[in-house]
Design a binder for this molecule. Structure first.
Ligand code: PLP
Length: 369
């Protein structure tokens, strides 16, 4: 079977096998990682190794802290303004789809007015705004965007502000760039130094749900001026090594196994990037070359991670999904808000899965198209 789920998503088979082998007895300790104290020597070693491997994979500079926290990426929609609006100013956003809109809504409800610095609503979220269309407010405290819109299959092909050193207010002063990278982190190399805050829910490219990774430049840790729930506080999490309370220990451990897989088995993020490039190119070519399937996104903004497509006749949706499932191709149904199909091609989805999907699609078109 191949799993094309958008999240929680497939995990590498070798990672699941290793977790299975260590499930009852972690390296002869006589207990499961799930049963360990998070402050004990064994778990602290697991946690530190995971962070070290993530730092190595993404070449995270020393002036960035890495937090392993909880509450999903959705909690970061609130945590970011709580942490970054303390010194005043307004949150600025790029609106490119459903997840970005949720982040905007949360900031607006908590802190009042926000500024949408550019939006792709006008083109139905089929192309991201161009760099020169982004206009920050005079009082911008930060600029937030969603690198890859998981539902729309719309991805940025550039880092906002990267034509200068970073996003700038009209007066030329720089503001921190905040990115929801939930559905694209670790899909390829990244220049972390361009960002103030990066956050990602784990359940796509990192590991199982229950964990959120936050990467934050250390000068942004003390921007908060008012009390917030302690678990929101980047400062508190950073000072406590992400152990303000009991962290999601098992998810953290599994994330560590995924990082190790990326390093040892895949050979790092450049190698992962090449594989992801091939997978997406193959599937989009099959869609574009067919009369039955279509994808509406502008070429340069097509997501490599989430490939939505529709069938020319929606009455074929049900048979397509039933037959795909019978052929071992799972979770191809599009998000309930948009319908159609979506194949998520996260890191753990092997190239063979894409080949199998393409073969099935061609066969289905021949028979039913
Ligand atoms: N942001 C993006 C881009 C997502 O894809 C998702 C979930 O799919 C979320 C945020 C919300 O994540 P969570 O369910 O971890 O809160």
């Amino acid at each position: 079977h191949y799993n094309f789920c958008a999240g929680p998503a497939a995990l590498p088979t070798s990672v699941l096998e290793r977790a299975r082998d260590e499930l009852l007895d972690y390296r002869g300790r006589g207990l499961s990682v799930m049963e360990m104290s998070h402050r004990g020597e064994d778990f602290v070693a697991i946690a530190e190794q995971a962070e070290a491997d993530l730092r190595e994979l993404l070449a995270i500079p020393d002036n960035y802290r890495v937090l392993f926290t909880q509450g999903g990426a959705s909690l970061q929609f609130a945590a970011v303004p709580y942490n970054l609006l303390g010194a005043g100013g307004r949150a600025n956003f790029l609106h490119t789809g459903i997840w970005g809109k949720k982040a905007i809504s949360e900031a607006r409800h908590l802190f009042g007015d926000v500024h949408v610095a550019a939006s792709s609503e006008g083109n139905g979220h089929s192309a991201v705004p161009r760099q020169e269309e982004i206009v920050l407010s005079d009082d911008a405290a930060y600029l937030h965007y969603t690198a890859n819109e998981t539902i729309g299959g719309l991805a940025f092909d550039y880092i906002p502000g990267s034509n200068g050193e970073g996003p700038r207010r009209p007066d030329g002063s720089e503001v921190p760039l905040v990115c929801d990278m939930s559905s694209s982190i670790l899909s390829g190399p990244l220049d972390v130094s361009k960002f103030g805050v990066i956050y990602a829910g784990a359940q796509k490219n990192i590991g199982p749900a229950g964990l959120v990774v936050v990467i934050i430049r250390d000068d942004l840790l003390d921007r908060a001026r008012h009390y917030m729930p302690t678990l929101f506080s980047y400062q508190a999490l950073s000072e406590a090594g992400s152990m303000v309370n009991t962290p999601a220990t098992y998810s953290w451990y599994l994330a560590g196994l995924v990082f190790d897989w990326l390093k040892q088995d895949v050979g790092g993020l450049a190698a992962m990037d090449a594989i992801n490039q091939r997978k997406a190119a193959r599937l989009y070519a099959a869609i574009d070359g067919s009369a039955l399937y279509a994808n509406p996104i502008t070429l340069r903004n097509r997501s490599r991670m989430n490939v939505p497509f529709v069938l020319a006749d929606p009455r074929l949706d049900r048979p397509f999904l039933d037959e795909a499932e019978a052929a071992g191709l799972l979770n191809l149904k599009g998000h309930r808000s948009v319908g159609g199909m979506r194949a998520s091609l996260y890191n753990a989805v092997p190239e063979a899965a894409v080949e199998a999907l393409i073969d099935f699609m061609a066969d289905f078109e021949k028979r039913r198209g």
